[in-house]
Design a protein around this ligand. Sequence first.
Ligand code: GKR
Ligand code: MG
Length: 432
Amino acid sequence: MSHSSHQIAKIIATPIAVPDPPLLNCAGIHAPYALRIILEVVTEGGILGVSEIPGNERSMEAIRSIQGLLVGKDVLQLSQILSIVRDEIEEPSDERGGAPHDARLAVHIFSAIEVACLDILGKMLEVGVVDLLGGRMRERVPFAAYLFYKRKGAGGTYGYETQPDISGWEYHRQAEGIETEDLVAQAISMVDTFGNKSIKLKGGPFVPEKEVADMHALYDHFGPDMPLRYDPNAAWSYDTGVQWGKKLEGVLQYLEDPVKGQENMANLRKEVNIPLATNMCTTSFSQIPNSVRVHSEDIILSDHHFWGGLRSSIELYRICKTFGRGFSMHSNSHLGISMAAMIHLGAALPEFDYDLDTHYPWQNEDVIVGGKIPIEDGCAEIPDGPGLGVEIDREQLKKLHQNYIDCGITERDDEFEMQKLDPSWRFVEERY
Ligand code: GKR
Ligand code: MG
């Protein structure tokens, strides 16, 4: 294999819009489409690597600014590539912003480049990405059922209309999920369809009285053998966190981001007897020293899209183990390329602490050949084949790119979407 065959010949970024149901969170409601970017890195030797990250116009611009700079670079030299990305894309700070989703740029883009390069390296060596991350500790990776309060509808061209004659999980994508019985029905449907062995509820849209009662309803229905997690995305004040956190003792496996900031989380940990998890207060390596100092959380929910890739997620895993933290994964609306990357990472973890989060069942379209990666018995298998083991479906990519052009959404703005339903609605970081 000549050295030039490792060199990057071109990078192609395609923004796409994927139908996404009207899911609620503390910042508003999901738009009918979630934006992703599909990145393709092609080597001089003609090997194609792919990846997927959350997208918006800013990220497209940033990718355009590095595309040319990376041409000619060796895909094996990931640290050099990272430093080029870091020099070019200015990240004003390591802070991820106050919204439930992470709004940083450089980390996402490095993740896109890194995952595509690992896909290439896997293809060159004819091994899976999991084998480049330390090897296969398991063939099947468990995922939790991820519940949302939602309005009626399935997103995309379905808009917010219902299609009541569709059965099974599809029905629940269409169905209303606000009242307690709707939420329990959503949970039953998801668990029946995918066989998940744990359940998470995305909280935050409603007062703690309702959401905590709904967690109790899930507990009453599923019993103590079904681990439950609840995530109000730091919409609670400290006092609310203590008051309502206590009412969840004995009900939850862990409580995710009840309050904002490492100090608040650390103090709450001492008052509420439930392990705390985060994808909001400790989200970068620069926040690790203070996380260790104050002990802000028990579990870090990593996300390779915002920790800068799969190898740095393994580094984070090691830090978690060193300091006695659990490690699991966070998720946003995504397709099969991200799912494959999450499975490879999950399969390579030496110890597996908690079922991973995924929004994947909420998406009814995909961009990979063969359609969606199945989740059965709560688990997804490592995709077959070298690299990530997934291939882009060109027709689907074209269609989802056309959605992007047609839908006119250029960045995620859950507050703006909510204001279409209720013009007076405002996102308040500490709502309760
Ligand atoms: O997609 O509405 C959403 C979630 O709230 C997402 O933005 C979060 O990043 O899944 C998330 C989490 O905080 O765990
Ligand atoms: Mg979270």
